[in-house]
Design a protein around this ligand. Sequence first.
Ligand SMILES: *[C@@H]1O[C@H](CO)[C@@H](O)[C@H](O)[C@H]1NC(C)=O
Ligand SMILES: *[C@@H]1O[C@H](CO)[C@@H](O)[C@H](O)[C@H]1NC(C)=O
Ligand SMILES: *[C@@H]1O[C@H](CO)[C@@H](O)[C@H](O)[C@H]1NC(C)=O
Length: 566
Amino acid sequence: MFSGFAWLLLAVVFTALISNHISSAHCQVPGWFGNGCRYQCHCVNSGACNATTGSCPNGCNPGWFGPACQYVSSKFSPSGTGSNLTWLTDNDPGTCNDGNLHTITLVLDTPQPLTWLRLVVNDPDLLNHFHDVQHQYIGILGCSAAKTARVDDHTIDVACDTTYAVSHVTLTGSRLETLCSLYISGGRNVALKQPAKLGSTFGEWTADKAVDGITHHQNTAQTCAHTLERPAWWALNFNGPVRAMQFKMFSRQDCCLEQLVGFQLDAFHKISDTINVFSYIDATSKLSRKIEYTITPTPIITKSVKRVYIAKSANSQYLTICELMVFGDSVCESSKFGRECERQCNCAGQKPCFVSTGGCPSGCAPGFMGQDCSIACPRGRYGSGCLKACSVHCDGRNKDCDARDGTCLTGCEPGYLPPKCDLKCNTSTFGKRCEEMCTNCLRGDCNHLTGKCKSCPPNFVGDYCEQAVATAKSVEEVAAGISNISVIVIVVVFVALCSAVTIISVCLIVKKSSARVPDSQYDIPMGPVTCGGQSESLPQNSQSQRDSYLFPSIMQPLPENIYEMP
Ligand SMILES: *[C@@H]1O[C@H](CO)[C@@H](O)[C@H](O)[C@H]1NC(C)=O
Ligand SMILES: *[C@@H]1O[C@H](CO)[C@@H](O)[C@H](O)[C@H]1NC(C)=O
Ligand SMILES: *[C@@H]1O[C@H](CO)[C@@H](O)[C@H](O)[C@H]1NC(C)=O
């Protein structure tokens, strides 16, 4: 019973947490956005801004730029006369340097440290070279230790690490002609809606009204913080550490400017610190009271700031602040970025990113693109910034590949080497996954798809050089030739012997018959063919002489009496 109730309670709490989270992420107050409506929209013409992200469909109001239009674009004017730089500051990427200006010096209205700048150019190719040889193309004097991150084809961010307040920025270089717009970051207001306290509160003039984003209002009570009694102080504790590069304070306009004059502002590295990292005492005389104060720490505050404390002298009862703005940025651990350090950098080599934009000097991690490297590659592309195309030799209809390394998801077409299928099979291989061998081709040189040889080694023919050709040149052939010759020799010798035996036999027969048939006319022609015509010529009177005729030769001249035979 109890456990069922506990579960129900848990479910209710859980649901409440979720719905609270959803409603707070999606701000309902017009002109504000984000978690708890903590951020102010700065869209052009006060147009609609995305209640979750603050992005402006039609761009930023003049004077604002960067992610969610949260960064102040510092005001500057060209030094000297004669040059009309309207194109540089009109927020219009379509109006550019006409090519005549090769050096531009800009004088900042208020000196400040340079943290980052955004350049818009009309030659995308320039951005490819910007990283390596910055000064040869567009140099920014005043921006030290520059690091760059590409935003899109025409936009590049340049982060600087200038440790002093810069009064002017000089742009030089051969490619200045391609420049169209320049934004110098004045930081974003990191004090907005941060937790604040007053020493004492005058009616409804609460502490938070000094960080409500409203500098002036007819009804001062709705927009200013005001103490009731001594000691007169106001304090702000940042949710997270910030880099503070400029303070702006606004006094009430309806009356009583002395309620701010002579204030002291202190900044602390930690909430509990008693020793400040920055202190400023207003020296404005009560006779020349101001509505707006701008304080630029010089040298810069190198430590991060967690607490700002503003107080009047001990004998003052009233302190009234209509707005305190602290321009700077979040200080995040190295792998994080964003207004609340809530986002993870996604840079190649796990390198740090710009805290303002998430931009990566090392380029996006493979598989991602976009100015904060958070957009996964579209289908068919891979690598850092999604700049490479999957191989057309990936197998399958879609030819998809892994967005990080280009490995084809369904293997390669035959003839191409896995994993990326962007190379033909190595020598001596062909076919699916290049697993088949064509080593019998001349130098293993075969068609990478079919394995057919380009040419064959000597004595081989066929598409795959699979057939041997017989010739005398090979050792076997020569051996075979030799045996053939022996056979021929044997046959010749055999025939010769046979012939000799036949001749002897015939001659013996002829000899017998010639002794027996001297009257026979018909016997005569038989002899001379095999016996060299000598049998008939044998002298009949000498048996021994006749016998001697059997072996000796045909060289002997024929006897004269051959025709004299009867
Ligand atoms: C606001 O931005 C988010 C994130 O990009 C998007 O999902 C949402 O649709 C946008 N809302 C409007 C009203 O455009
Ligand atoms: C500068 O140029 C713009 C347009 O190119 C023009 O509207 C403006 O009047 C010029 N300003 C000066 C001071 O010449
Ligand atoms: C192909 O050749 C390359 C370079 O010659 C070598 O690195 C690679 O291992 C070879 N691949 C195969 C599958 O033999």
